[in-house]
Design a protein around this ligand. Structure first.
Ligand code: UDP
Ligand code: MG
Length: 159
């Protein structure tokens, strides 16, 4: 029986630059090796409507049009990951926005050089993660299941 803490969810998008560069497996593998549970996964094309919602905090920025064009340049891979304090854990795995100065060892720090083409999106707060997961996934696309490795990923009192 899992407690609600390990059921925190976050949204990750593997962006078009990573799709073009053949990094889907590399990026997904890092989340898997961390011990996170993949509960939703799909490839999808984004349109202006979803991008306006997803990047509403950037709508007034001069780079918004270029960002939207980039995000529509190929499909993205959307994933929903679950785990204890997973929103924070995934942000740390991804590294800061400006990839060329992101910490070595992070996904952006190891795999990218650009501010815009920075290979991944990750939700930045628990509140936003809830909104973003429901924006990109229908309820029936999210899968609850038992992950046998959890007994080695978490201590008993953490799950
Ligand atoms: N972005 C950009 N130019 C900027 C800032 C952001 O192209 O000066 C893009 C970049 O792809 C970034 C995304 O907009 O990942 C969302 O920006 P945010 O500040 O939310 O950064 P993130 O949460 O992705 O680190
Ligand atoms: Mg953001």
């Amino acid at each position: 029986m899992e407690f609600d803490g390990v059921k925190e969810k976050t949204l990750v998008l593997i962006k078009p630059d990573a799709i073009q560069r053949g990094l889907i497996g590399e990026i997904t593998g890092r989340f898997e090796r961390k011990g996170l549970k993949l509960v939703g996964l799909k490839m999808m094309g984004l349109d202006d409507e979803i991008l306006k919602q997803h990047y509403s905090h950037l709508a007034d920025k001069p780079f918004f049009a270029g960002l939207a064009k980039f995000m529509k340049s190929s499909p993205v891979v959307a994933m929903c990951l679950e785990g204890l304090e997973v929103v924070q854990a995934v942000r740390l795995l991804c590294g800061i926005t400006k990839a060329r100065t992101a910490e070595a060892g992070s996904i952006r720090g190891d795999l990218a050089m650009s501010v815009s083409c920075n290979v991944v999106h990750a939700s930045d707060s628990v509140e936003n993660a809830k909104l973003e997961v429901s924006r990109f996934f229908d309820e029936k696309e999210l899968h609850g299941y038992t992950k046998s490795e959890y007994e080695h990923v978490y201590a008993e009192d953490e799950m």
